[in-house]
Design a protein around this ligand. Structure first.
Ligand code: NCD
Ligand code: ZN
Length: 407
């Protein structure tokens, strides 16, 4: 997988100890603390904490996720952590690492990130800024970020929130594509210098998608203009028909919408976001043209299969959209990330924090928060197939997006 990089050579040292000892993945949930206006992070087991704010208080009961070291406050302390297992679905290929084992990679970018609005921005952005210098910020706020001007305002807030943690952190923006997105909006976006593309949410497909596109035919003029001006279409690739099984929505989208769209708008470059299926992995890997189609991959979709949703009971904190799939799909996505066409697959966490009450509810919302340990999660997944060397691959978002040139 391409972990696209900045032009700087800042290095990350990722301790492998806890991964290799416990071989477990622990996704976290975000809790927006009402009193302190900040995010508290808990692991999937309510008895454990992995928020750095709680680090001192819970020194001896941290979870078993990997921790970044050196520059980062999430330093693990050498003690065996309490097990907080969201899922244990793979076996690690390595077994002999010690505290001295580190992985050093060039700092990557996160090409799919939700940082929300209001005080939540300041809660969540530092988690990403600690591990990344750049991220593509998703526009699904209420109301959505639809114009370059709105994105400019949002971008300043994010930069401000990151400043203390990482003054170099640079948010790149994608705008929310709606039935009303005009060619003029696309032109303004292209001129802005910080808008990289438009995000297509099929209306009703996911969190805050009600403003989304009702029919791709309605946005054809905007898509042609994007192709002309070199903006990228980021796609949430799921059909929304009520009659289609939730586990089939991504595969159906490829056949019913994406293939025809790529045929019709010849120069449009597309990133299929957060792919979850063998169908998507194969479609992207075998696409006949280089530099036109890529995909982002989240940590949860390479670490967990759909059993994780029901392990010992319902697990709202690993519920996201597209939903986790069968094991064969998890394997296929991970294999694509480390495979011969790995340059078409990019790191995009889709870290999507929600208030605790909104997750743990009779109608819990979709989204997995992973920003606090994103790289560590990817390292766990890559290590599970003995391909840690593939974690660092590219210098930029590929011919697809060519971001580094603009830095
Ligand atoms: C995301 C969110 O919460 O904004 N949720 C999710 O399950 N992935 C939206 C999205 O990317 O689909
Ligand atoms: Zn997302």
């Amino acid at each position: 997988m391409r972990t696209t990089t900045t032009t700087t050579t800042t290095e990350h040292r990722i301790t492998m100890l806890l991964l290799l000892r416990t071989k477990t993945a622990s996704m976290s949930r975000a809790v927006f603390g009402a009193r302190h206006n900040r995010t508290e992070l808990e692991t999937s087991s309510s008895s454990c904490y992995n928020d750095h704010h709680h680090h001192r208080r819970h020194r001896h009961q941290e979870d078993n996720t990997l921790r970044t070291t050196a520059r980062y406050p999430l330093r693990q302390n050498g003690r065996r952590r309490r097990r907080c297992v969201a899922s244990k679905i793979y076996s690690s290929s390595s077994s002999s690492s010690s505290m001295d084992d580190f992985l050093t990679i060039t700092k990557p970018d996160d090409w799919h990130l939700h940082v929300r609005d209001g005080s939540k921005i300041t809660s969540v952005v530092p988690h990403t800024a600690r591990q990344f210098d750049r991220a593509l910020i998703m526009p699904n706020l209420t109301p959505p970020v639809r114009t370059a001007e709105e994105a400019g305002t949002y971008r300043k807030l994010i930069t401000e929130a990151a400043k203390e943690t990482n003054a170099r952190f640079e948010p790149h923006m994608t705008l929310y594509l709606t039935d009303e997105t005009s060619e003029a909006i696309v032109e303004d976006a292209a001129k802005s210098g910080y808008v990289r593309g438009f995000k297509l949410y099929p209306a009703g497909a996911t969190t805050n998608s009600s403003f989304g596109v009702t029919d791709v035919k309605r946005v054809m003029p905007a898509l042609r203009k994007m192709a002309e001006l070199g903006l990228i279409l980021q796609v949430h690739g799921e059909v929304t028909h009520q009659t289609v099984d939730i586990f089939d929505c991504e595969a159906r989208y490829i056949d019913e919408v994406l293939k025809p769209l790529l045929d019709e708008v010849k120069d449009l470059r597309v990133v299929m976001e957060h792919i979850t299926t063998k169908n998507a992995a194969d479609f992207v890997s075998t696409f006949p043209e280089d530099g036109r189609l890529a995909a982002t991959i989240t940590p949860q979709h390479v670490l967990l299969n759909r059993n994780a949703l029901f392990k010992g009971g319902m697990r709202p904190h690993v519920f996201c959209l597209p939903i986790l799939k069968r094991e064969e799909h998890r394997e296929a996505v991970l294999n694509a990330a480390v495979g011969t066409k790995s340059e078409r697959f990019f790191l995009g966490t889709d870290s999507a924090p929600h208030p605790k009450g909104a997750k743990e509810s009779a109608c819990g919302c979709a989204g997995v928060f992973s920003a606090h340990a994103a790289l560590n999660f990817y390292a766990m997944a890559f290590d599970s197939v003995g391909k840690l060397d593939k974690l660092e691959a590219g210098k930029n978002y590929g011919e697809m997006v060519d971001m580094t040139e603009k830095i």
